[in-house]
Design a protein around this ligand. Structure first.
Ligand SMILES: [Zn+2]
Length: 434
């Protein structure tokens, strides 16, 4: 570990301000009316942020606008990295709001900013400040981005955002995830098609090892007709901060054990849940293993429709859906993952956390419906959806050859690290779980 590559605040804060401002502009262009407001909110956010940051940093916080405040806030928290978390949240929220096209701006900015402040007890107060949705954009400071992370062990814990993300990412190891995937494959022969005993056994297996390995997680079955999603929840510490949702489909077609499509993403979501269970977040986190994707996105359609019927709006409640479908095929060992969203925010966050994941490269793309469960969300009230995807689409998809032997576990591990770090950052990770 080398903390020397952390930039000083004086060096990175202006850069981040510029980055956020430019993102805000992009969001305005792609957002709907409310979004436009969001963009404006971004500016106003400074004011709101001031409130939040002030709460975190105290005297320092009030000196400058919300942006500078964010940085100050971190200091106040006692850890630069921590402040970074807050700032990051702000940036994320902002982008999220904008991208969502909803009045999201307020939520995104506010929620995120709040998260940032949340680090310190004072930070909570900052969250309150966030409530003033008008501002929308609390602070725009973001944590310093390491250029290289060659070590796999986290540094001595100082509780900062930087520290928590390094620690979270280090929980994923290729040699440890592979046996778990091979265990799933063993119970998926000849397939893991919806409605089969193999499918049901796989859901029970996931729920079982999660109960042992991550007992703090709330894991339930979401059942209807003959179908069953597995839903995993991590409660947020701020009930007004909305939720971030990630999912992958556990079912396969009849001809295959479906390990890349989509054992990689669905089991990955459960592995991510286990790793993330060790921390606390401002926003609620939901991780779903979907049924019936191969029959027409049935599980995600069912889930999204029920969520919308419950009154959960895309701007204030369901902040972002990240689909995880096919992440383990990388025959040339590129270590690359595609980050496919119409929204600017998740791409910005992916670029930010990339530095924590050794050997990872990112290719950005667009869209909110990629022939998978992100369509279940984007077509049913939540346009703020997208996915992570392997560098090359697996030619063995939907054939008996889609097995663990055809997968690149180091690359899959990077994809899971990226997904976890993105969710943790956007949801406002702020401390270790007790
Ligand atoms: Zn699939």
């Amino acid at each position: 570990m080398d903390l020397s590559n952390r930039l000083t605040r004086g060096a990175w804060a202006p850069m981040l301000v510029a980055l956020i401002l430019s993102c805000g502009t992009q969001d305005e262009g792609t957002s709907s009316g409310p979004t436009g407001t969001t963009g404006t909110g971004g500016a106003g956010g400074s004011t709101t942020g001031t409130g939040g940051a002030a709460g975190a940093s105290g005297a320092t916080g009030t000196t400058d606008g919300g942006r500078t405040d964010g940085a100050s806030g971190s200091s106040g928290a006692g850890g630069a990295g921590m402040g970074g978390a807050a700032g990051m949240g702000g940036g994320t929220g902002m982008g999220g709001g904008a991208g969502m096209g909803g009045g999201a701006g307020k939520d995104g900015g506010a929620g995120a900013g709040g998260g940032a402040g949340a680090d310190g007890s004072a930070g909570k107060a900052g969250g309150a400040g966030t409530v003033g949705d008008s501002g929308t954009m609390p602070d725009v400071s973001m944590p310093p981005r390491p250029d290289v992370v060659a070590d796999t062990l986290p540094p001595p814990g100082d509780g900062s955002y930087d520290d928590l993300i390094r620690e979270l990412v280090a929980r994923f190891k290729p040699a440890e995830i592979e046996p778990r995937y091979r265990a799933l494959e063993a119970m998926s022969l000849p397939n893991r098609k919806t409605g089969t005993a193999n499918y049901t056994a796989a859901t029970d297996w996931v729920k079982g090892w999660l109960a042992t390995e991550a007992p703090s997680l709330a894991v339930t079955y979401d059942e209807w007709s003959t179908y069953r999603n597995v839903e995993i929840k991590i409660a947020g510490t701020d009930p007004t901060a909305g939720m971030y949702v990630m999912g992958g489909h556990l079912d396969s077609v009849a001809a295959t054990p479906g390990m890349d499509d989509d054992g990689s993403g669905s089991l990955g979501v459960a592995i991510i849940a286990s790793a993330m269970s060790h921390y606390r977040y401002k926003s609620e986190i939901r991780l779903i293993l979907f049924d019936g994707e191969e029959s027409g996105f049935l599980g995600s359609i069912h889930y999204a429709q029920a969520l919308l019927a419950s009154g959960c709006q895309p701007d204030t409640c369901m902040k972002l859906f990240i689909n995880m479908d096919m992440l383990g095929y990388d025959p040339r060992d590129t270590g690359s993952i595609r980050v496919l969203f119409d929204l600017a925010a998740p791409k910005m966050v992916a670029q930010q956390v990339k530095g924590y994941i050794a050997g990872l490269t990112i290719t950005e793309g667009t869209g909110n419906c990629h022939s998978s469960d992100d369509c279940g969300f984007s077509r049913n009230g939540y346009p703020n959806a997208g996915e992570l995807f392997e560098p090359v689409s697996n030619p063995q998809r939907h054939t008996a050859a889609d097995t663990c032997d055809g997968m690149n576990f180091p690359t899959l591990n990077k994809a899971l690290q990226l997904g976890a770090a993105m969710m943790a950052t956007m949801a406002g990770i702020h401390s270790r779980a007790p």
